[in-house]
Design a protein around this ligand. Structure first.
Ligand code: SF4
Length: 340
């Protein structure tokens, strides 16, 4: 019998959301087990918004757990919890080495990066490009391990403290209580994924005027330039600036307040989809079939150019995949979503 399971969770917000369906399948087949997520600090709050985990353990290989001594400290932390089984969602060699070092007797995962020697149950990964939504990449791992599959459920709920914290932040910025249009103009590690900030401002303003609401600009701490460019295109009384001011939990709270959310292919896009926020995502160099928002109230706007998906971080030509997406198309999709 398996009493205690460690799920080694993905490192990034988007992957963490896309793996929720597979994590729920583990919970379903081990309803009485203690299930704990080993998670990066910046993802931890996400797991408070789902029904899978009893607890979380932090692992930060680029911070507190840096270097060999940090790695051994993390392995010791895991060992003390006495898990029977670990399931690895990341494909990295280091993840398998860590749980092996931590002495967990059963270690299951994809046999990637020559790490099979550390695993007691190995699943060969499907060849990339995968061609289906990445939620299925994680579900195939669970199926390959012989566990029962369920229809993927990638939903999240903002907890009441998250919603309260989100509302407090909005009010501090001058929120008047009407419909909110959210804009996230950034994308991690990719300039090619960015739609023009002036176009985001144009669409957001038009929507805010139509709905008689305000625009809230969101983004990570490093996305200040993009956020300021959007703000520059909006009248002062319509705009609330929350870029760089939200924790993950606060972001989930703010997203839950939105009438509609405009975004690039990004972690917040996946969060909004999981929270069932009406979302319009502009896609260019990435494959919307694999990493699009997994939600019935999300729409992808894209231009079907021959070179997409290229997965480049910088466009080597004229960025036509994004340049050809007009503000009118994004506005029309957003308005249709809000109206429905
Ligand atoms: S190569 Fe094509 S798909 Fe890739 S970023 Fe450039 S225009 Fe977009």
């Amino acid at each position: 019998m398996t009493d205690s399971i460690l799920i080694f969770a993905p490192s990034w917000i988007g992957d963490s959301v896309m793996s929720l369906g597979a994590m729920r399948a583990v919970r379903k087949t081990h309803s009485n087990a203690r299930i704990v997520a080993l998670t990066r600090p910046w993802v931890q709050e996400l797991y408070a918004g789902c029904d899978v985990f009893d607890d979380t353990i932090l692992y930060d290989p680029h911070g507190a757990d840096r270097g060999i001594s940090g790695f051994l400290r993390a392995a010791r932390r895991v060992r003390l919890e006495d898990f029977d089984l670990s399931i690895l969602f990341p494909n990295a060699f280091r993840a398998a080495f860590l749980i092996h070092t931590a002495g967990i007797p059963e270690r299951w995962g994809y046999a990637t990066e020559k790490r099979g020697v550390f695993l007691t149950k190995r699943v060969p990964p499907a060849p990339r490009p995968f061609g289906r939504h990445q939620a299925h990449f994680y579900l195939d791992l669970i199926g390959g391990l012989g566990l029962d599959l369920v229809e993927p459920d990638l939903s999240l709920q903002a907890t009441e403290p998250m919603r309260r914290a989100g509302r407090t932040l909005l009010e501090r910025e001058g929120y008047k209580g009407g419909p909110l249009v959210g804009v996230h103009p950034g994308a991690t590690n990719s300039r090619a994924k960015l739609w023009q900030t002036s176009r985001y401002a144009e669409v957001a303003l038009k929507l805010a005027e139509t709905l008689d609401g305000q625009v809230v600009i969101l983004g990570g701490i490093t996305e200040g330039v993009l956020a300021e460019e959007v703000r520059a295109g909006l009248p002062k009384e319509r705009v609330l600036m929350l870029q760089g001011k939200t924790s993950l939990g606060e972001l989930m709270g703010v997203l839950s307040e939105l009438a509609v959310f405009l975004t690039n292919d990004s972690g917040p896009m996946h969060l909004a989809a999981a929270l069932a926020v009406p979302t319009v995502a502009v896609f260019g160099p990435t494959d919307f079939r694999e990493t699009g928002p997994y939600s019935s109230v999300a729409r992808v706007v894209r231009e079907p150019v021959d070179c997409s998906p290229c997965l480049y971080r910088d466009c080597p030509i004229d960025h036509r995949c994004m340049e050809r997406v007009t503000p009118e198309r994004v506005y029309d999709e957003a308005l249709a979503l809000v109206s429905s």
